[in-house]
Design a protein around this ligand. Structure first.
Ligand code: NDP
Ligand code: HSE
Length: 436
């Protein structure tokens, strides 16, 4: 049977990795897919630069539209990134009846609803396994493996760069900027690394996960997003004294009021497996009604781990080339006309536990005042830690772990606590999840 012809848009970290994996494992992949898969053309901005892959048999061009419009190309693999040119190219490919594979979470999170609608009209697949958690087949696991379940919640470390930075800072005391530079050199970071650091990349991924978990449209704009930039070394140390690790989590939870969608640094009990996921590794914990909790772990970024997911999508497309388009696995797991408009809750309505760090005068009665203001909002204290004052300082750090409370009520208590004369500056607030 004739080989399936693929066009690659981008020959960077993931594009190069994809070309390598397809070439190195060609025989095995063909045995699995039932057809040979051949990359016939690829685009990059600079086609004179040597790549970490063999491009001898691939026609190179600087014009990505030429790849999309090449009549022999049946599957377009978008690995350029961004949401302008990438959107134009993907829509053009769909318009021409071509299947698309992409690793671009920003594109799917922001424009997925439109892209999938067009793809459904044309009966083509748009596959995006590599868009979430790098090499972990989490999309397939939720969309297909857990399809018999109602998903209650999921929580994941879904940005490799951020986890790499937090781990290196904690374990080796390295400086933030230094570790970020290393993540960029290793090809983990986004073209604009503020996406990693500020949690935007994780929010893109969470919007996608929530959509396939709960059957709701993609709603990136409703994800509450906080990055890792404000995680202070002292909070990491105090959290550890209390038996917790601070991880940057994406959390999606179905409640009776709606859906929580949030990305933020989170205290997790150190005995949880996910609290021990370090470096560029990602992990997603999914709690579902029939199976209970399941945990998915693997490399969250990097050339070949991501290529592994891209190639899996290409093989899925190849297997489907001869199948009935009406019976494809739905893009967002649920049939396109069966998505629901469940409310996404604002962050003030979220219910969780909290870590608070306050800087207070070292004098009697201060703790009693704070406890009273928390009690006024019916907030129970789970643990309290008061540190010694530093030499020649009259103020001490006080760390409080609260029980679960509605964020609005906690914010009200914090405002009254910060207004006390004995409390200096603002409180540090980090959400805490037991992930039971
Ligand atoms: P790179 O920057 O390494 O590669 C991008 C490629 O696209 C390069 O080959 C570049 O050309 C080409 N390119 C960029 N802009 C243009 C343009 N305007 N016209 C034509 N070609 C262009 O990015 P990555 O491989 O890291 O990421 C690609 C996608 O995969 C992104 O959507 C990213 O979010 C996603 N992703 C990345 C992961 C990773 O670990 N890096 C993991 C999971 C997903 P040239 O090489 O000449 O500069
Ligand atoms: N920049 C992303 C990360 C790439 O570090 O997780 C993988 O999506």
């Amino acid at each position: 049977m004739e080989s399936v012809k693929v066009g690659l848009l981008g020959l960077g970290t993931v594009g190069g990795g994809t070309a390598n994996v397809l070439q190195r494992n060609a025989d095995e992949i063909a045995r699995r897919a039932g057809r040979e898969i051949q990359v016939v053309c690829a685009s990059a901005r600079d086609i004179t630069r040597s790549r970490g892959c063999d491009v001898d048999t691939i026609r190179l061009t600087t014009d990505p539209m030429e790849v999309v419009c090449d009549p022999v190309v049946e599957i377009v693999v978008e690995l350029i990134g961004g949401t302008t040119l990438a959107l134009e190219l993907v829509l053009k490919a769909i318009e021409q009846g071509k299947h698309v594979v992409t690793a671009n979470k920003a594109l799917i999170a922001l424009h997925g609803n439109e892209i999938f609608a067009k793809a459904n009209e044309k009966g083509v697949m748009v596959a995006f396994e590599a868009a979430v958690a790098g090499g972990i087949p989490i999309i397939k696991a939720i969309r297909e493996g857990l399809t018999g379940n109602q998903i209650n919640w999921l929580a994941g470390i879904i940005n490799g760069t951020g986890n790499f930075i937090l781990t290196e800072m904690r374990d080796k005391g390295r400086a933030f900027d230094d570790v970020l530079k290393e993540a960029q050199a290793r090809g983990y970071a986004e073209a604009d690394p503020t996406f990693d650091v500020e949690g935007i990349d994780a929010a893109h991924k969470l919007a996608i996960l929530a959509s396939i978990a709960f059957g709701i449209p993609l709603q990136f704009e409703k994800v509450f997003t906080e990055g890792i930039g404000n995680v202070a070394r002292e909070d990491v140390v105090y959290a550890e004294e209390l038996g917790y690790r601070i991880k940057h989590l994406g959390i999606a939870r179905k409640t009776s009021q709606g859906v929580e969608l949030r990305v933020h640094p989170t205290l997790i009990p150190e005995k949880r497996l996910i609290a021990n996921v370090d470096g560029v590794m990602n992990a997603v914990l999914v709690d579902a009604d029939a199976v209970g909790p399941t945990l998915y772990y693997g490399a969250g970024a990097g050339a070949e781990p991501t290529a592994s997911a891209v190639v899996a999508d290409v093989v899925d497309v190849v297997r489907m080339l001869t199948s009935d388009p009406e019976n494809h696995v739905p893009h967002l797991a649920f049939q396109a006309d069966a998505l629901t408009d469940t409310t996404v809750l604002p962050i003030e309505a979220v219910v969780t536990a909290y870590y608070l760090r306050l800087c207070v005068d070292d004098k009697p009665g201060v703790l009693a005042d704070i406890a009273r203001l928390l009690a006024d909002q019916e907030i129970s204290i789970e643990a309290l830690l008061q540190k010694e004052p530093a030499e020649d300082k009259q103020v001490v750090p006080v760390i409080i772990l609260t029980q679960r409370v509605v964020e609005r009520e906690l914010n009200a208590a914090i405002a009254s606590i910060e207004a006390l004369d004995s409390v200096k500056g603002s409180a540090t607030k980090i959400r805490l999840e037991t992930l039971k």
